[in-house]
Design a protein around this ligand. Sequence first.
Ligand code: NDP
Ligand code: 8X3
Length: 254
Amino acid sequence: MSVKTIFITGASAGFGEACARAFAAEGNRLILTARREEKLRKIRDELAGEAAVHIMQLDVRDHEAVESAVASLPADFRKIDVLVNNAGLALGLEPAHQVAIEDWDIMVDTNIKGLMYCTRAILPGMVERNRGHIVNISSTAASWPYPGGNVYGGTKAFVSQFSRNLRADLLGTRVRVSCIQPGMAETEFSNVRFKGDEGKAAQVYAGTEPLTATDVAETVTWVVNRPAHVNINSLEVMSIDQAWGPFAIHREKR
Ligand code: NDP
Ligand code: 8X3
């Protein structure tokens, strides 16, 4: 397997960290980004010996910071082969008429605009080299609605459709685009969604065997390691303990 240069957003925890570990085990060169630099430093130190790792503190919501982070990469890390657009979050589960507008803004700025900025900064180099792979982390929430999923699901629907539209733009190049749509997975995701309420976060996974971050990372590495002419467009993955419910019906005495 040839050594690839892999840029991961949101690499300080959850899926991003697990992707870093999985790609490092294959001996790839990694650029790990997130806001919490301390966590990135620890991961880099743990991976020393396995892979060359460059870390960068980066808030994907900051367009200028994204542009200058990509422009200032050390020479060895400049030719990015794989972008894992993973940084993202859900905030709250309130119904749309009660939600804090700031939470909606943060989800849109991170899950949509951050992913756009990273793609726009890294894609031109891939097209120029006629080689590369963008792996976007969407969610089952992109396709399947649930109460309180309002803007979070909307941002992930953007990620899924953006992925398909990127493929349309890139037809004729050797740049691949894949969209992964995981279901319930136990990471820091629910701690973030419930703003540090660990009891509420634990409830999400109680009595189930949810996906792990490693399960998702293995899916990502599998997608990336297909032969160069094979493009996995989208891949939905769920825990065996999760499936769809019937339509919800409101009933009252008439
Ligand atoms: P975690 O909360 O464990 O990890 C999220 C990562 O995103 C962290 O590394 C965090 O780093 C980073 N991040 C958040 N905001 C920003 C920002 N503004 N700039 C840069 N990095 C940021 O969650 P998961 O690993 O579960 O989530 C990863 C992705 O997977 C998200 O896009 C999420 O929506 C999606 N997903 C999650 C599922 C789940 O059930 N867990 C299921 C389906 C999809 P830091 O705080 O250091 O910046
Ligand atoms: C995360 C999974 O079901 O909480 O995207 O939206 S879910």
